[in-house]
Write a protein that binds this ligand. Structure first.
Ligand SMILES: [Zn+2]
Length: 72
């Protein structure tokens, strides 16, 4: 996969891979997720300027299972 398709959020330090059918977010641990998942878990808490995952048009709808679930 060409490097040009990979963006790294300078604030969250998470990699976003552009792909057909939806961008893939590579978390530092766990399976890849969506931009909505990244927003639910990380970006919504970011207050610094420069987060590249703040565009609602790209993030899309955040579903309940995009949020962290408490470990039982
Ligand atoms: Zn970010």
């Amino acid at each position: 996969m060409p490097e040009a398709n990979v963006q790294v959020c300078p604030v969250c330090t998470v990699k976003i891979v552009k792909s057909i059918g939806g961008d893939q977010v590579l978390f530092s641990s766990g399976p890849p997720g969506t931009r909505a998942k990244l927003t639910a878990r990380v970006c919504q808490f970011v207050t610094k300027e420069g987060c590249i995952n703040k565009n609602p048009a790209l993030v899309g709808e955040i579903r309940p299972d995009d949020y962290y679930k408490p470990q039982l």
